[in-house]
Write a protein that binds this ligand. Structure first.
Ligand SMILES: Nc1ncnc2[nH]cnc12
Ligand SMILES: [Zn+2]
Length: 351
């Protein structure tokens, strides 16, 4: 254990890059498959047991290799109660790791295309959000993600469904995102839905520069008017763009353990964290799909410390950027900033 472990455990965190379906553990997956009578692929030996599935998760070769398992896993989720349990179990773990505010992604199209109603998903997740706030004081927002391997028309239909239920105007859904297979599915395909979201006053983010090159980042910013970039590790390949992102205070939501598991980098030390800090690029550290990538948010913080040996002031700047880049209300941000100050004061002697 590093001497920074107690500090990093206590540091108040905001999580901005967490796919709720990616928090489905192999144990819960098998349990739900049984209770919901869902057949798992008989021709894939990975599905023989919890252990073989876990072992397969340690050998992903790419984003698409992972996504194949991710979409099979979530087929076991059927009812409002399944989604509530999934959400609540994530909040329990996040709270234990020092998360005070979470902005969580969900993939409605992956559910509606297999016959689970959009509102079943949202009812379950919002019930989990309410319980997490009451039980742990963790505040949260929902971000509706469009699947980029599907069409712009299909994204538009999902947008309309959420809009017709009043989920944008009543704050049930705070913003939109874009995920799934990146290369070959550039952000501008979804420009129209992003412009509708902007007109409706919704927050906007997109996965960009995970496997895709740095132009996926500039196109998300320029053509879809996103306010955050998810992953964004290829930003370092275009220093002019990087300086613009820094000047605009655009938050990059990094996911270190994910990037290693999906072979975007061979080790955490290869991530551009030092370049981001030195150039004033704001970023948060997140868990992406913790059940698939071997760790929740604190594991990601610890992996970064292991690789970069940051000091307390640098960690404070990361914690502050995460709060300022959150989409919560200003009074909530003020509370969280004060908690960070108190934590840093408590660990002031840490070298
Ligand atoms: N890391 C990731 N990249 C793109 N789409 C995703 N969906 C879930 N996790 C993802
Ligand atoms: Zn992601």
């Amino acid at each position: 254990m590093s001497n920074f472990t107690p500090f990093l455990a206590a540091l108040p965190k905001c999580e901005h890059h967490l796919h709720i379906e990616g928090s489905l553990s192999p144990a819960t997956l098998f349990k739900l498959a049984k209770s919901n009578n869902i057949a798992l692929p008989a021709d894939d030996p990975a599905f023989q047991s919890i252990e073989t599935l876990q072992a397969r998760y340690e050998r992903f070769t790419s984003l698409d290799d992972f996504l194949g398992y991710y979409y099979i896993g979530m087929r076991t989720l059927l009812t409002v109660s399944d989604f509530e349990t999934l959400g609540y179990e994530y909040f329990q773990k996040a709270h234990a790791d020092g998360v005070h505010h979470a902005e969580i992604f969900f993939d409605p199209q992956a559910h509606t295309e297999r016959g689970v109603a959009y509102n079943t998903v949202v009812e379950g997740l919002t019930a989990a959000q309410r319980r997490a706030e009451a039980d742990f004081g963790v505040t949260s927002k929902l971000i509706l993600c469009f699947l980029r391997h599907m069409t712009a028309d299909e994204a538009g239909k999902t947008y309309q469904e959420a809009s017709a239920l009043g989920h944008f105007s009543d704050g049930t859904v705070a913003g939109i995102g874009l995920d799934s297979s990146e290369v070959g599915n550039p952000p501008e395909i979804f420009r129209e839905v992003y412009m509708s979201a902007k007109d409706a006053g919704l927050r906007r983010t997109a996965h960009a520069g995970e496997e895709g090159d740095s132009t996926y980042i500039s196109r998300a910013l320029d053509l879809c008017h996103v306010e955050r970039i998810d992953h964004g590790i290829h930003l370092v390949d275009d220093m002019e763009l990087l300086k613009r992102v820094a000047a605009n205070k655009t938050l990059i939501t990094m996911c270190p353990l994910s990037n290693v598991r999906l072979r975007c980098v061979t080790k955490v030390a290869e991530l551009p964290i030092r370049t981001f800090l030195d150039n004033g690029v704001r970023f948060s550290i997140n868990s992406d799909d913790p059940a698939y990538f071997g760790g929740y948010i604190l594991d990601n913080y610890l992996a970064v410390q292991d690789a970069f040996t940051l000091n307390v002031a640098e960690w404070k700047s990361i914690a502050v950027a995460a709060i300022e880049g959150s989409w919560c209300e200003d009074d909530r941000k003020a509370v969280l900033l004060k908690k960070v100050d108190e934590c840093v004061e408590q660990f002031a002697d840490l070298q």
